[in-house]
Design a protein around this ligand. Structure first.
Ligand SMILES: [Zn+2]
Length: 430
């Protein structure tokens, strides 16, 4: 099985590559890439595809999705989630453990992996929980879960409020060399809040979630990461103070990484004026100053990855009063177009940095680079995406492949059409 993609603009930040050339795929792996790949003798007899000068990048990697299986398959299944992923250019997804039941046992991990394999779309990497039942009390069995295929551990959706539990989790996982992914909110500060606490929540008369609810936990866990030597990965950071602390932790050489979501670099809390629950998520949309801090952290290297926090919900949980609605939005199909429009076209970061935040950055963070993912170096799995940077997409129900449609970007027209997605050399989309 040989495939030769000619006439592409090759962009692979992991190997500092940006220029015209070809990609030769043999038996699911990259055989050659660049100027000379087209003339490689192994290309004789290969299926040939003309990329028409379009952008060819490594398959995107999402560190943070919720696919709802097992337990809430009316919102999303592993198969529909994987389809949304490949439609958005993602070839690897890391799935959170807060399913029902949660992923704290090998049987659940194996069930997830077999469903994903049956779907045959993208690579699926499960996370296990930090604590049994995600109850925040007793540690899960990390060694066994890692052996079964878990790439990181998180009680995401819930914080680990007990500091001793978090300390032990970081200690044990440091021996296994896997990250703990922290969903940072102090529940006593959140109380009954459901949007960002600030002038907008005050004007609307809504209960707010202060930035401090995130920041006190970020501060605590950076201290614990330093104390234990564990790898702390901070999910969906959203406040100015959080980025300041991560920046400082990185300068001191601590094993602290972080991700941001597209909705936190696209939107602010003033959207809540409409009382539309498609703008309700956790952490909440923050102030304009926080959004500026997200952009600064993306540009200066503080942020390691853009992750979607793809969180499908049915209309019955969204078309209700704001206070009652579920937290969360989908994001797999819109992440790349939003990144291109709001970060690259507005000159916040370069195209190469944007692609790095969606490929090599996340691959390094969860050690997927050890499997060759996040890059198209010779020998790597042939996971790649062909993108028309000028092609525009309209975010409507037909565009969204997810089973749910809770996106705050309904009706937006954005650049960045995914023309095709390949996983292990096999075309899975387009
Ligand atoms: Zn979370």
């Amino acid at each position: 099985m040989a495939l030769l993609v000619n006439n592409a603009r090759l962009l692979d930040p992991a190997q500092g590559l940006d220029g015209p050339g070809s990609l030769l795929v043999l038996d699911g792996r990259v055989a050659a890439i660049g100027d000379a790949a087209g003339a490689d003798p192994r290309a004789a007899g290969a299926e040939v595809l003309d990329a028409g000068g379009k952008l060819l990048v490594p398959g995107l990697i999402d560190l943070h999705v919720h696919f709802r299986e097992p337990g809430q398959t009316r919102k999303e299944t592993i198969e529909t989630g994987c389809r949304a992923a490949v439609a958005g250019g993602f070839t690897s997804v890391c799935a959170m453990a807060n399913t029902n039941p949660v992923n704290d046992t090998v049987a659940i991990t194996e069930m997830m992996l077999s469903r994903a394999e049956k779907a045959g779309l993208c690579r699926y990497f499960p996370l296990g929980t930090v604590t049994k039942g995600a109850k925040g009390e007793e540690l899960a069995d990390y060694g066994t879960l890692k052996g079964a295929g878990c790439v990181a551990f998180s009680d995401d959706g819930l914080p680990v409020m007990n500091a001793t539990v978090m300390r032990r989790a970081l200690e044990y996982t440091s021996w296994l060399d896997v990250p703990i992914v922290a969903h940072e909110e102090d529940t006593s500060l959140v109380a009954k809040g459901y949007m960002h606490e600030g002038s907008v929540s005050a004007a609307l008369g809504c209960l707010g979630i202060p930035a401090a609810a995130e920041e006190v936990m970020v501060a605590r866990d950076i201290v614990l990461a330093e104390h234990t030597g564990g790898h702390l990965h901070l999910a969906h950071l959203s406040t100015k103070g959080s980025f300041r602390m991560v920046r400082e932790a990185k300068q001191r050489g601590l094993r602290v990484t972080c991700e941001v979501t597209p909705h936190h670099f696209a939107l602010t809390d003033k959207e809540l004026n409409r009382f539309d629950a498609d703008f309700k998520m956790n952490p909440p949309l923050r102030s304009p100053a926080d959004l500026e801090a997200v952009l600064e952290a993306l540009a200066d290297g503080t942020v390691d990855a853009i992750a979607t926090d793809h969180a499908p919900h049915g209309w019955d949980e969204k078309e209700v009063e704001l206070v009652l609605a579920a937290f969360g939005v989908i994001g797999l199909e819109t992440a790349l177009p939003l990144t291109l429009e709001l970060l690259v076209n507005r000159k916040v970061i370069s195209l190469a940095r944007a692609i790095e935040l969606l490929t090599a950055g996340p691959a390094r963070t969860f050690h997927l680079d050890r499997q060759g993912l996040g890059s198209l170096k010779a020998g790597s799995p042939a996971d790649f995406v062909l993108v028309d940077l000028d092609g525009r997409v309209l975010v409507d129900r037909a565009f969204i492949q997810s089973k749910s449609y809770n996106t705050p970007f309904k009706g937006w027209t954005l650049p960045g059409q995914v023309l095709g997605t390949w996983v292990g050399g096999k075309r899975v989309w387009g």
